[in-house]
Write a protein that binds this ligand. Sequence first.
Ligand code: ZN
Length: 201
Amino acid sequence: MDGSTSINIDGVTLRLVVERKRVRHINARLRQETLFVSAPAGVSQQILDQVVPDLARRLVRRVHARKVNTEEDALALVRKVAARFPNRPEVAHVEFVTTQMSRWGSYSSRTRTIRLHAALCDMPRWVLESVVAHELAHVSYLDHGPAFWALVRSVDPDCDRADGFLNGVSWLARNDGQLPPVTRALLQGLSGCTPDDGSVR
Ligand SMILES: [Zn+2]
C-alpha cells in the first residue's frame, strides 16, 4: 500500500497516501479527497488493510457532520417554515446530529435549538420541512394534544404524508437485517411511482 492508490469509503473515493514513519501508531489525516496515513515500519500490509477503512470512515463521517451543519441552508429553511406560523417562533440554532438519535427531531425551549437527525438531509425537502414544522409547533405546545395537531396541520397540510414516509423509513431501518435477501434485492429494484419524491439533495 506504499505510495499512492485509492480507497472507497461509504461511496466516497479517496486518494490514499501511505507513508512509513517513525511513529508508534497508525494515524490518518483527511485533506480534501486525500487520506494521508502514517504507519510504523513494522506494521504489515494485512493490518493496514484492516485498520485504514475504519480510520477513513470515522474521518469521512466527521467531515459529513461538519458539512451538513455549516450549510447556511438549514437555518434558512427553518426560517421559511417558521414564517408560516401565526406567531412566528424564534429559533436560534439548528443542529444536524450524526451521533445516535432516537427521534427525528427535538426542540429545546431553553436554548431555542432544533436538533434534527442527520439522515433527514438526504430525504426529500418536504419531509425535512415537516419535521421542522412539528418541532416548531412545540414552541407553542409541549404536548401532542388537539391544539398542537391543529397548529401543525395549519402550517403543514402534508404532515400525515410525511409521517407515513418517516414511519416507512424507520420500519426499513429496523427490519433491514431481518428481510430475506431476495426481498431486499426486490426493494432496491423499485423505481417508485411518485416522481415528486425524488428531490433528494
Ligand atoms: Zn412532538
